[in-house]
Design a binder for this molecule. Structure first.
Ligand SMILES: Cc1cc2nc3c(=O)[nH]c(=O)nc-3n(C[C@H](O)[C@H](O)[C@H](O)COP(=O)(O)O)c2cc1C
Length: 235
């Protein structure tokens, strides 16, 4: 593949693309949208301000985005439902759980608990709970996000914030994940409760299937100006 690569770098629209043919290059660019043509088939745009290109070793490093990194990952988080066979290691699982538990929580009660499900048979059983839970079979790790209403009547909001934090952290670590809704469907919750041995005082808000992505979805915001009012509704 390396022979067919031709790397052209264009810094901003309307500027002349520059070509790089060999060696390691350090590019000092002003923060801007930048387009890389990696081959005839593949064109990618990045918001970056510099790059290291190492053609011999097929490595391109892009750094210092012009968008604040947090926004980049918020837009990059998409529902990823196809995964490679590569496992998610323990260290990464810890990072994801730490991100989840960094979420805001009403009165700082943190009424959540998480079950890390990796055993293939158990994941396959979770995948059968409903049609749109099939991803649990192939994702190397599934997190069950539990909340306890005895601890807080804001458990749904708290656990949702934790779930979103985990998905954002997954995106930031180059992983892909998807939210599988369980609560408030009692029939689904009952099945998860049995499979994961969950006591009756805990609810199952959702499952989060996470793995190394085997599908690409472009980053995006779904901003809709007609859903934003200023000062009073309708204005
Ligand atoms: C509360 C909630 C429940 C969801 N439940 C499911 C689900 O059960 N199965 C599924 O495949 N996706 C589920 N999703 C993912 C949505 O389908 C997805 O977020 C939406 O289509 C937007 O796509 P995006 O996540 O790529 O931006 C759920 C998302 C949320 C927030």
């Amino acid at each position: 593949m390396a022979e067919t690569w031709r790397i052209l770098i264009q810094e901003g629209e309307g500027t002349e693309p520059r070509e790089f043919t060999s060696g390691v290059r350090q590019l000092d660019l002003t923060p801007s949208e930048l387009t890389l043509w990696l081959s005839d088939q593949e064109t990618r745009s990045f918001a970056i301000s510099n790059a290291t290109i190492d053609l011999e070793n097929h490595r391109i490093e892009l750094r210092a985005r012009s968008l604040p990194l947090i926004l980049e990952y918020i837009y990059r988080r998409r529902s990823i439902r196809k995964y490679t066979n590569e496992p998610v290691n323990d260290e990464t699982i810890d990072l994801l759980l730490k991100a989840a538990m960094a979420a805001p929580s009403a009165n700082d009660v943190r009424p959540w608990a998480f079950i890390v499900v990796r055993e293939p048979e158990r994941r396959r059983a979770l995948a059968k709970i409903k049609q749109w839970a099939f991803m649990c079979a192939d994702a190397p790790v599934v997190f069950a996000v539990l909340g306890n209403p005895n601890f807080s009547d804001h458990w749904i909001e708290d656990c949702s914030a934790a779930a979103e934090n985990l998905l954002l952290a997954a995106a930031g670590l180059g992983l892909g994940g998807v939210w599988v809704a369980i609560y408030p469907r009692t029939e689904y919750e009952k099945k998860v409760r049995t499979l994961l041995n969950i006591p009756p005082n805990w609810h199952v808000l959702c499952l989060l299937a996470v793995g190394h992505p085997a599908e690409h979805k472009p980053p995006r915001t779904r901003y809709e100006a007609n859903k934003v009012y200023y000062e009073t509704f309708g204005a």
